[in-house]
Design a protein around this ligand. Structure first.
Ligand code: COI
Length: 379
């Protein structure tokens, strides 16, 4: 029997993987029928095109949810480990309830993820190239159903592909989306469903054209509190006068429970830092020393600045914040736009807190640092 894992393929430039779809050996599928009331054993399928009825609620009514997690080669390229797949299994079960899809049991989820990674192991990037194998589990209603009620059949798939980090590793400018709300106050904002992502596309595309690499959402009811970035969770960091560090994450019903943000919070606590999960007022933005975006695809993105096109009712809303905060805030009168800057324009490196957190996170993921949390699941 050939040794596992096989070496990485030599058809990919591992130093420049990027964030795009690459075809691999295949994916895993499992199917559920209301007649049997169970999911079938995971099956390996080589065709990347899936068979689904054109009248499936997944295609017509958005009955779909997904996950994102990653696998890494450990030192010496001798083992592969998946990062915290148990958390993703739980989160997919949470999302499934929102869209009336039967939950995928944790054991099936873990088996399917391990099978998808091991049957495509030659596409797991070499240790420490900065790239990883991105794992994309999906669930959806797949049989024909015209009325607005759940169908009889469901599909669970696990796709994998090698990727670099989304948004890159340099500081990124963020734009607050003022004319579009990601999720209704009592809606699906905390579920990882496609309906939270597709409506953002035209706004994030426009923002990118204007020089903003990431978009940020405020609470949709009042636009007063920070929810999350369109692709990832929000983390603010404050360094106190005595050097003590506090990480602040939003407590909101409309944000996804980010596995990366949770990991970063636990790592911060292991450094002796404080973690506060609480509503974050927009007006607090100038008080943060650093801001980061945390997500599986993104890892930890340093935020250079956050800009808001101020609604006319509250022109220059940050100008009233405490005097010490003013240093960070600039106001463009012509565009009626205010910007909070965390990292100067000519600096290409993340802030020191981001570097410290990311180094430890990557160390654990890559097996360079002892995994005292029990986060690595070997394949
Ligand atoms: C992830 O980080 O895994 C996500 O699902 C975000 C997506 C926009 C790439």
């Amino acid at each position: 029997m050939a040794a596992f894992p096989p070496p990485p393929v030599n058809t990919i430039d591992w130093s420049n993987v990027g964030f795009r779809v690459r075809e691999v050996n295949g994916h895993i599928e499992s199917h559920y029928s209301v007649k049997t009331k169970q999911w079938t054993a995971p099956q390996f399928v080589t065709d990347p095109y899936i068979r689904i009825h054109g009248m499936a609620p997944a295609l017509n009514y958005g009955q779909q949810a997904y996950e994102g997690l990653k696998a890494f080669r450990l030192p010496g390229d001798k083992q592969i480990a998946v990062f915290r797949p148990d958390k993703n299994a739980t989160r997919l079960q949470y999302s499934a309830e929102f869209i009336s899809v039967p939950p995928v049991p944790t054991d099936l989820f873990l088996d399917a993820v391990k099978a998808a990674v091991s049957l495509n192991a030659e596409y797991v990037p070499p240790h420490e190239t900065g790239a990883a194998m991105y794992i994309r589990p999906q669930i959806y209603g797949s049989s024909a159903q015209l009325g607005l009620s759940p169908p009889e059949e469901y599909t669970f798939c696990v796709y994998v592909l090698p990727t670099g980090v989304y948004h890159g590793s340099h500081p990124v400018n963020a734009l607050i989306l003022e004319d579009f709300d990601r999720a209704a106050p009592n809606g699906t904002g905390s579920a990882k469903v496609g309906g939270n992502y597709a409506p953002v596309l035209r706004w994030s595309d426009k923002a990118r054209e204007e020089g903003y690499g990431i978009t940020l959402h405020l609470d949709s009811k009042r636009h007063e509190e920070i929810d999350e970035f369109s692709t990832s969770g929000f983390i603010g960091a404050i360094v106190g006068e005595g050097g003590e560090v506090t990480l602040v994450v939003p407590d909101s019903k409309a944000v996804i429970d980010s596995v990366t943000s949770d990991s970063v919070q636990r790592i911060g606590e292991s450094f002796g830092w404080k973690v506060e999960k609480r509503p974050i007022k927009y007006a607090e933005l100038p008080s943060f020393t650093e801001v980061m975006a945390a997500g599986t695809a993104a890892a930890l993105v340093p935020i250079r600045s956050i800009t808001r096109r101020v609604p006319s009712s509250s022109a220059q809303s940050l100008a009233t914040s405490a005097a010490k905060d003013h240093q960070r805030v600039s106001y463009n009168k012509e565009a009626n736009e205010e910007t909070v800057t965390y990292i100067a324009k000519d600096v290409e490196d993340p802030g020191p807190l981001c570097i410290k957190l990311l180094t430890q996170l990557k160390g654990i993921q890559l097996g360079k640092v002892e995994d005292t949390f029990g986060w690595r699941f070997e394949v």
